[in-house]
Design a protein around this ligand. Structure first.
Ligand code: AMP
Length: 270
């Protein structure tokens, strides 16, 4: 796998995980006690783990090289590691480092104790305005931070958001993100959360994340994304037309609806 062939295993990067004197030491599996499985992704498994020296609890994501290769996502993983490991924000999941062996790549991630936001939303059906506002303002702060560093996430959706021990939102999964000074033309992510300029594959920039923020705000309050349709082509058409409708139930305040409607105007100002 490219990442294994061309790069060194991650240095121990953080005082939270290890003492400063360990900085040059390479990580390997024997540095960790492995605990319960936390979940299963497309390319491997995630386990609760403890770094033996510091006793720091982390989430260890184990990815199988054969699966990464088969799906041709090595470059995506490389970009994810490169970008996420440099970001430091309370609402962005830390990536402390990585290492690999012959068959697997291991990502050392901050542990998000309350799991997936997506599951919370499914459980509650929709969030109260207060809860939605807390998440949206955290997300907005994290995106302002990313954009100031010229990082566009490009795949903001409930499945990519985790919840920390204090209930705080954490953006995870930077697999589609880019570091750019330029406008991008690449099509990526899930259709439901993409703005018209992206579904039409024309130039787009950091404003794609702001669009997703509006979509997410709607989904938090109504429980479904705004342009959802049975057919992919209908979602596509609804996005192009910005076919935004507010159902009568659940009851949502006019100021929240106004905020969602204003996203398009906000984009002009970005
Ligand atoms: P992923 O491969 O990133 O989709 O992760 C698979 C599942 O593992 C997720 O759906 C979560 O339930 C869990 N998970 C992944 N990363 C973490 C983390 N940092 N903290 C807690 N749970 C996680």
């Amino acid at each position: 796998m490219a990442i294994a062939a061309e790069s060194q295993a991650g240095e121990k990067p953080s005082s939270e995980v290890s003492a400063a004197s360990d900085k040059q030491r390479r990580w390997n599996l024997s540095d960790f006690d492995i605990g319960k499985p936390l979940g299963r992704g497309k390319f491997g498994h995630v386990y609760l783990a403890r770094e033996k020296k510091s006793n720091h609890i982390v989430a260890l994501k184990v990815l199988f090289k054969t699966q990464l290769k088969q799906s041709q996502v090595e470059h995506q993983l490389r970009r994810e590691v490169e970008i996420q490991s440099h970001l430091r924000h309370p609402n962005i999941l830390r990536l402390y480092g990585y290492f690999y062996d012959q068959t697997r790549v291991y990502l050392i991630l901050e542990y998000a104790a309350k799991g997936e936001l997506y599951k919370e939303l499914q459980k509650c059906k929709f969030f109260s305005e207060k809860r939605a506002a807390t998440y949206i303002s955290s997300l907005a702060r994290a995106l302002i931070y990313c954009h100031a560093k010229h990082v566009i996430h490009r795949d903001i959706k409930p499945e990519n958001l985790l919840i920390g021990a204090q209930g705080e939102l954490k953006i995870a999964d930077f697999g589609w993100s880019v570091h750019t000074f330029n406008r991008r033309r690449t099509m990526c992510g899930t259709l439901d959360y993409l703005p018209p300029e992206m579904v039409e594959s024309v130039e787009h920039d950091a404003s794609v994340d702001i669009w997703s923020l509006g979509v997410l705000c709607y989904e938090f309050l109504y429980g479904v994304p705004p342009f959802e349709a049975k057919e992919h082509s209908d979602t596509y058409r609804r996005i192009i037309k910005v076919d935004l409708k507010f159902p009568s139930k659940p009851i949502v305040s006019s100021s929240a609806k106004d905020l969602i409607s204003q996203v398009k105007l906000l984009l002009v100002a970005v």
